[in-house]
Design a protein around this ligand. Structure first.
Ligand code: ADP
Length: 308
């Protein structure tokens, strides 16, 4: 199997023209990223960070000022790569007087599917996204979540090698998100690749292997989810004491209430060491454990502001 990345962006710069006399707006500024075959990668950043612009450049919808953008080894927008890509736009607009099955049949036809294969595939994707049984209702009766499911079905229609999804979790309720996670996992099991953008952090981290964080048109962080989780793992001990807690180790100790002190451990510090020392020194330990992971805090640290 080829070791070539499925997505490769080098030094991408995209500018949007503004009014006469104004400097162009730099939406993407020297962006580099790679996505390998079989990876599920979340592309995360605050609104206006440049996610949609990058995705549009990946699909060849806009022309960069500078840089190279390749999907499946071919330049963005190349016809033979397009057929192997499934794409969900940030805002998909469908005709309200059409039905899901009709719409998917048209799109399937455009993707080159015919006859029985087309019928089978439409049926498969409807089942996959949970719209089977609702396929002959008018789309104007669909909820936002159902329309998003339809968009996902459409992206999967041509059995693509790579899926590129823009703000895929938007409009999905918790059940929709759980279903989507399962769909993406099944797809990944087939060795396929997913690249999706989002400004919703906790959901995304449940769905992907790796996150690429973008802000102001640049990649500011890249991390495997497993490493991120490890980084966020921490241990805390709460001690009741009338006097400030004094320990030998260099622990972070904060007063957290009347006669209460919170001791936070870094990843390198062993919980057993601090507990032993506290007990030895007769401190009253009233609580210990791992506080809930705070992805939000992590992203605020990386991007310098709240993302969603
Ligand atoms: P994101 O998807 O992360 O929200 P976008 O790629 O949509 O970010 O936008 C990046 C920047 O480019 C923003 O400042 C946005 O206002 C600007 N922008 C996006 N599309 C256009 C456009 N068609 N014309 C002018 N400016 C745009």
């Amino acid at each position: 199997m080829s070791t070539e990345p499925v997505i490769e962006i080098k030094d991408l710069r995209v500018e949007y023209k503004r009014g006469l006399g104004l400097k162009p707006l730099v939406a993407v500024d020297g962006l580099n990223l790679r996505v390998e075959r079989g990876e599920v990668v979340g592309f995360i950043g605050p609104n206006g960070a440049g996610k949609s612009t990058t995705i549009k450049a990946l699909l060849g919808f806009i022309f960069p000022k500078r840089g190279s953008v390749k999907v499946l080894g071919l330049p963005a927008g190349h016809t033979s790569a397009k057929r192997r890509i499934g794409y969900l736009p940030e805002v998909a607009v469908y005709y309200p007087f059409m039905k899901a099955k009709e719409l998917l049949t048209i799109y399937g036809g455009l993707a080159g599917l015919r006859g029985e294969e087309l019928e089978r595939r439409v049926d498969e994707v409807l089942t996959m996204v949970g719209l089977k049984g609702r396929e002959n209702e008018l789309l104007k009766k669909y909820s936002k979540g159902m329309l998003q499911r339809l968009g996902i079905a459409q992206a999967f229609l041509g059995d693509p090698e790579v899926l590129i999804l823009d703000e895929v979790t938007s409009g999905l309720d918790p059940v929709g998100r759980r279903d989507l996670r399962q769909i993406l996992l099944n797809y990944k099991k087939q060795g396929k690749t997913v690249f999706f953008s989002s400004h919703e952090l906790s959901e995304v981290s449940l769905m992907c292997d790796r996150v690429i964080i973008i802000d102001q048109g640049r990649v500011v962080e890249e991390k495997k989810i497993s490493d991120l989780m490890l980084e966020l793992q921490s241990f805390e001990v709460v001690v009741r004491s009338p006097t400030p807690v004094v320990l030998d180790g260099t622990y972070k100790i904060e007063k957290s209430g009347d006669n209460l002190y919170r001791i936070s451990l870094t990843q390198k510090q062993k919980p057993l060491d601090v507990l032993t020392e506290l007990i030895h020194k007769n401190y009253e330990v009233i609580e210990f454990g791992s506080p809930a992971l705070s992805l939000e805090e992590y992203f605020v640290k990386v991007v310098g502001k709240k993302i969603s």
